[in-house]
Write a protein that binds this ligand. Structure first.
Ligand SMILES: [Mn+2]
Length: 418
């Protein structure tokens, strides 16, 4: 077997609208709008510069089923550049860009293979020799609840490295819709050497060998929950058919979450410069990329009361944005969440023999005991009964967090009212 190299990417979500960043200034909004395109350009550059033999893309090329002409043309242009460099591309479509979505008639460059709804094996040749075989399956429609993994046929030859290209939720990973559900066992029993997965946006390797099962994650983060570096995997396969992969970041705007602890901070300008320090550090870590940051203020201290003043948090937010307004690359603080607590020693205070002490002791129990959580859930159940108001029933964790929040609020009110 000849050694070779391929690039495994997924979830490009080209033309993602970046919902929920309504008050971003123009510069930030434009950059975000271009980010998924630029990350794709970086993917093409990576394939060319690393002299990959081919590229596999495991679904959700486009963000919307009704893909824009612009997105399709740019995708085609990128694949043309690869074709010119002699690099083949293999594509399956996922739940965001199923085959029944609107698409214009596009003629794809030579060497591009887009799999349909029926799996098939396609050989990859290099210097007149077959080095690998790829089998893939596209979503015919958005909601695929069948196990697609079981439709794959075993490799036709044991001498050729085999790759399965699939957009699926393996092992019912929460926080992702359970499309094309299957298990690691399903994939392991297939005889395929490398499962190039897509769908789960956080990079993870489910199995390191025999077979390799991996999600590369998406190429560009799209919201505050998609933090950190995003990119693709370069996979090197040696002459024994052993593979090893390396992650390469391709994102151009990085989403981060960070926390500033207010304990030990006495003045608002100290807090302001602390926030600046944090944004400086994140910018340095992003190595030239722009950063969108959701910042949480946490901890206990005298700043808690000052932050409760009208527009204090909003003013800090604007100061943080202003301090980066002329810079390239920039940090844009998307939101500041105030999770600070008053300077009350809850533990000690609940032991004191007075009204507040007794009340806190009582309230302390409510946040930890299951019976109490059930009782609280019962109290709020009227609000959540039925789907008429569109509210989901809160889970235990949510109820417990509310109880905790209420406890601090109560302590603060009673302590002030002394
Ligand atoms: Mn996706």
């Amino acid at each position: 077997m000849d050694s070779f190299r391929f690039v495994h990417a997924a979830d490009l979500h080209i033309d993602s609208p970046f919902a929920g960043i309504g008050d971003a200034d123009n510069r930030v909004a434009n950059r975000l709008r271009e980010a998924t395109y630029e990350a794709f350009q970086n993917l093409v550059d990576l394939c060319v510069n690393s002299e990959a033999d081919f590229l596999v893309i495991a679904g959700d090329v486009y963000d919307g089923a009704d893909r824009s002409v612009r997105a399709q043309l740019r995708f085609r242009d990128g694949l043309s550049r690869l074709a010119d460099a002699g690099i083949q591309t293999f594509v399956v479509h996922g739940n965001h860009d199923p085959l029944d979505g609107w698409q214009s008639s596009i003629s794809w460059p030579q060497g591009v293979h887009i799999f349909g709804a029926t799996p098939e094996w396609v050989d990859v040749d290099k210097n007149g020799k077959t080095i690998a075989a790829v089998q893939g399956i596209s979503y015919p429609t958005r909601e695929v609840t069948d196990n697609l993994a079981t439709r794959f046929s075993p490799p036709q030859s044991g001498d050729v490295f085999s790759i399965g290209l699939l957009h699926a939720n393996v092992g019912a990973i929460k926080a992702h819709e359970n499309y094309a559900p299957c298990t690691v066992e399903d994939l392991s029993s297939s005889g395929i050497d490398y499962w190039a997965l897509g769908h789960v946006h956080t990079r993870q390797t489910l199995k390191r060998s025999a077979p390799v099962i991996a999600y590369p994650g998406n190429t560009q983060g799209r919201h505050p929950n998609e933090t950190g570096a995003r990119g693709a995997l370069i996979v090197d396969v040696d002459s024994n058919g052993e593979s090893k992969s390396e992650f390469v970041a391709l994102d151009v705007v990085r989403w981060e979450r960070d926390e500033v602890d207010i304990s030990g901070i006495d003045t608002i300008d100290q807090l302001d410069s602390m926030i600046r320090q944090h944004t400086d550090n994140l910018s340095a870590q992003a190595e030239g990329r722009d950063v969108v940051l959701r910042l949480t203020l946490a901890g206990r201290g005298p700043m808690h009361e000052q932050l409760a003043a009208k527009s204090a948090v909003q003013d800090l937010l604007e100061a943080a944005r202003d301090s980066w307004s002329g810079s390239t690359p920039w940090v844009w603080v998307e939101m500041i969440v105030d999770s600070t607590r008053p300077e009350i020693d809850m533990e000690a205070r609940s032991k004191q023999d007075d009204f507040l002490g007794a009340t806190l002791k009582r309230a302390l129990i409510s946040s930890i005991e299951e019976d109490e959580i059930n009782r609280l859930t019962e109290i709020v159940s009227d609000v959540y009964s039925g789907r008429r108001n569109g509210l989901d029933r809160p889970d235990d964790e949510q109820v417990s967090a509310w109880a905790e929040e209420a406890r601090w609020y109560l302590a603060e009110l009673l302590e002030q009212g002394k």
